[in-house]
Design a protein around this ligand. Structure first.
Ligand code: ADP
Length: 537
């Protein structure tokens, strides 16, 4: 079954969405979790979209923003809530008039790192789903752990240290698995389950990531974990794209069997389960393509070409790039690339993004971004040698908190000669940080380099001009409301293209979607940024 102009790709998408709400003069971060289904047509344009918001539509699970926060940094989500959300979303999609018999393929993505524990004999339940019943009714007894640990959980420091110690140190673990040990990564989460709930571990026949758990439901059997999402576990040898025996052994006995084989991204896992054909009218020929994590799917959605780096200026600032080398270090994360099995992807996230910019704006000029931009546009590049670093929240990289201002001689000072100098200092130091750490991850600037910008601050050309100057590269926008969602759709379409089409993902997506980038700024040739006297940790 191949995509044609009137066939559709369906995408299942389950992710944390950050939103903001104003109240009492303050801004609150409001992460809302939802499960979203989108349907793309043969030209990769969105035709239908539906979502289920966990807190609002499934209040019986008593989640707040899609999760349950327990004591001691434990954060979980009820696995049956995700199943029930899928029931509801599919019903809504059918009710919206979407003819599901036209769907050629299904792919999806989900928040990374979270794990799902299937009970002994759950595969029988999966392969015998009754089309007369809801999924959540048939799968009610399929899980050994009813509450899945999710990425916000940070209760596993002990197991992180044990894993790093078993490798000798954190750097060695990062070189093999792409990241040093992180509390949210699946290895330490599984180690905790094994250690604190050995009975549960024992009756678990399969452990999925959230992405492969969703794919399992669609194929009516266990779906393999893909290389990219698997890179967020501290368990995959990312260069050899195989489970790393040393890590598996350090985590729990018999883990390899419980994880199953890993599979290349873009693999057609099989046909949709009869349940969906009979209950929703899907075509029995509809193919299910391996699901992946939200970050790799975002990279696919942005369709990064060689030499391009994508920067999301959102709540936090995140850098994505395609890499030729797969050697992880202590900074950021290196993952298998979701759309080219010979490549890798780099990812680094900074907590102090828009919130810090906004605080400096409020402090210096009040509510108006226009006034903030006037200062940016009328002050000198390099801020007369004054530099400011602002970490409102404890930063991930570097691990630091507080405000640091330096005079042109590199002396630490408590304030600048003029208070509005904080405006340029903030944006310049954030842009330098983005370039510095992109380079440490493997980005190298050259004639063909360009920056793709997304996120809330991407509408601010004064900020983008500084990024363009610092990177010495043109800046383009991507008009993408939901790059992860779209990326999963692109992955389905590419995996289902005609087998004789030997065309790289990048060209295929550009050809089919006819998507154009919009040039926003080019580097100011007179710009020269003085990164003087500062040793960045
Ligand atoms: P999220 O990462 O939560 O998805 P967004 O990408 O929507 O967030 O970005 C939200 C942020 O965008 C807000 O914190 C706001 O400060 C910032 N923002 C919105 N408009 C502008 C602007 N004109 N200039 C700079 N920042 C902006």
């Amino acid at each position: 079954m191949y995509l044609s102009i009137n066939q559709l790709v369906i995408v299942v998408y389950s992710i944390l969405v950050h939103g903001y709400q104003k109240g009492n003069g303050k801004m609150y971060l409001l992460p809302m979790i939802q499960l979203k289904l989108i349907v793309l047509d043969g030209q990769l344009k969105q035709k239908y979209s539906t979502k289920v918001e966990f807190d609002l539509e499934l209040p019986e699970f008593r989640t707040k923003r899609g999760v349950i926060r327990k004591c001691n940094d434990v954060v979980v989500a009820p696995v049956l809530m995700w199943v029930k959300a899928l029931d509801l979303a599919l019903d809504k999609l059918r009710a919206s008039g979407c003819d599901l018999s036209l769907v050629a393929g299904i792919c999806g993505c989900a928040q990374q790192h979270g794990s799902v524990y299937w009970k002994n004999n759950a595969s029988d339940l999966l392969s015998n789903l009754d089309p007369g019943r809801f999924l959540h009714a048939d799968l009610a007894t399929a899980f050994s752990l009813m509450e899945s640990p999710v990425w916000m959980d940070s209760s596993t420091s002990l197991y992180c240290r044990k894993l790093e110690d078993s490798f000798g140190n954190s750097e060695k673990l990062a070189q093999t698995t792409g990241s040093r040990a992180y509390e949210r990564f699946t290895a330490s989460q599984i180690a905790k389950v094994y250690d604190t709930k050995p009975g549960i571990y024992q009756i678990t026949e399969r452990i999925s990531l959230i992405s492969s758990f969703l794919a399992s439901i669609f194929i009516g059997g266990y779906a393999s974990i893909d290389h990219s999402d698997g890179s967020g576990m501290n368990l995959l040898d990312i260069k050899n794209r195989k489970w790393c025996g040393e890590a598996l052994e350090a985590v729990a006995p018999g883990l390899k069997e419980k994880l199953g084989e890993v599979v290349e991204n873009l693999t057609v896992l099989g046909q949709i389960a009869p349940y969906f054909v009979q209950r929703y009218g899907f075509n029995p020929e509809c193919k299910v393509v391996s699901f992946t994590g939200d970050n790799p799917a975002s990279l696919a959605g942005m369709n990064l070409g060689a030499g391009e780096v994508a920067i999301s200026l959102g709540t936090s600032d995140t850098v994505f790039l395609s890499l030729e080398e797969g050697t992880g270090g202590l900074l950021g994360h290196v993952l298998c690339n979701p759309v080219d099995s010979s490549l890798f992807m780099g990812l680094i996230c900074f907590k102090n993004g828009s919130l810090t910019r906004e605080r400096i704006k409020n402090l210096c000029v009040g509510e108006s971004w226009d006034k903030f931009n006037q200062i940016l546009e009328t002050t000198d590049v390099g801020n007369y040698g004054y530099i400011g670093l602002y970490y409102d929240l404890t930063e991930i990289t570097p691990h630091i908190q507080g405000e640091y201002r330096f005079d042109p001689d590199g002396n630490l000072i408590s304030k600048f000669p003029a208070p509005e100098m904080d405006v340029r200092a903030c944006i310049e130091s954030q842009a330098i940080r983005l370039r510095l750490y992109s380079e440490r991850l493997g980005y190298s600037s050259g004639h063909s380099s360009s920056i793709l910008i997304t996120g809330g601050a991407s509408s601010n050309t004064a900020i983008l001009q500084i990024i363009s100057n610092v990177f010495n590269a043109p800046v383009y926008t991507l008009d993408l409301p939901d790059s992860a969602c779209l990326g999963a759709g692109y992955m389905a379409a590419y995996a289902l293209r005609q087998s004789d089409e030997r065309i790289p993902f990048y060209d295929y997506i550009n050809q089919i979607s006819g998507r154009k980038r919009c040039l926003l700024c080019t580097p100011d040739e007179t710009a020269c940024v003085h990164a003087i006297g500062i040793k960045v940790p």
